[in-house]
Design a protein around this ligand. Sequence first.
Ligand code: ADP
Ligand code: ASP
Ligand code: MG
Length: 421
Amino acid sequence: MSLIVQKFGGSSVADAESIKRVAKRVVETRKAGHEVVVVVSAMGDTTDELLDLAKEIVPIPAGRELDMLLTAGERISMALLAMAIRSLGMEARSYTGSQAGLITDAQYGSARIVDVTPGRVRDALDAGAIAIVAGFQGFNRGTGDITTLGRGGSDTTAVALAAALGADICEIYTDVDGVFTADPRVVPKARKIDRISSEEMLELAAAGAKVLYIRAVEYARRHGVTLHVRSSFNNSEGTYVVTSNEEQNVEEPIISGVAADLSEAKITVVGVPDVPGKAAEIFTIVAKTGANIDMIVQNVSAAATGKTDISFTLPKSEAQTAMTALNAEKASVKFDSLQHDDQIGKLAVVGAGMRTNAGVSARLFRALSEAGINIEMISTSEIRISVVTRADTVNEAVRVVHRAFDLDGEDEAKVYAGTGR
Ligand code: ADP
Ligand code: ASP
Ligand code: MG
């Protein structure tokens, strides 16, 4: 008998029919003799709808109340799924994040898990029941408040429970057959990857492949949890995310996948005096706002003026706060002006084989230039190259690059549900 954690994303529990379908699948696993813990997301696009609703009330809702609101989404699905399982004659008990022992820090909206005490979940399993846990949420002991783990956070809930309970596997059920070489909604010829190293998966997730949430991949890697990403619409094998050690003897593809991200904005600080210490001043101001800076580019300074421009990217949602903070220090830093651009897209190619293969960037840049796509910023890591383009060209860029690296497959990738929102 093994212990299996099964996480079902929003598209897999979008309506009553889907919930009944998921219930059958969970019951089959239980009847096969396994202990089953299920983590559910909110139904369909519920989280987005609740966010929209809150914004109709007030443009920037209080973090505490927003978390209270959003966690309701997952509570709806957990209760409905427990009812569906009971109606199939199996015992099921649903738990909120706090009841399941997901203890977090106090950061509303993007809380980090600091402890997992799944005593009640363990008791339910010992009593022969299926435990259903609401994803994406936790509880802070200091404030006594409910928190959320950030968008896509149900993946993290599943991994954290798998680690704490010593599960044999953590299955992430979604609306595609696994992790593909690119988002199948953007590249129909994308191919399913059977096994991917956690290192590459981390880079893909960080670059916008939302099929797995980056924090979940990090957590799984740290705690040695094996992830299996698969479709909830069939029984096919999906993608196993394995640790690099297991992967050692496999020849690594040069490029494993291409990802795109439309969630970032670019800020340009224009006319910064080109003297030592200015970058430190600017990024200290931005860091104090808590912004997560991604790429940074500094232009060569114009000889006539001795001034330079510094551009950086960060999540769109953090750009306004960073702009305000910088403007407040304009006189002391002595820059000329600020520009804000939220029409950028970021494309990344990821592959561990890049380490030992020259010419990857040349091939990437050639493919983009042949398609007439302009590159605005470039950054690289050991196994990733990212470029910023105009937002409305990034999907085409992904298709072009996917083809240029010979990743196109024979068949069309299937997307079973979801709105891609
Ligand atoms: P869930 O509701 O199950 O959490 P998500 O919408 O969060 O599902 O993630 C699944 C979606 O991720 C897919 O429908 C697909 O459009 C998108 N996606 C982006 N990049 C990839 C990729 N490389 N492989 C598979 N899916 C991807
Ligand atoms: N419902 C949350 C979201 O839409 C969490 C999740 O689905 O993982 O982001
Ligand atoms: Mg998700």
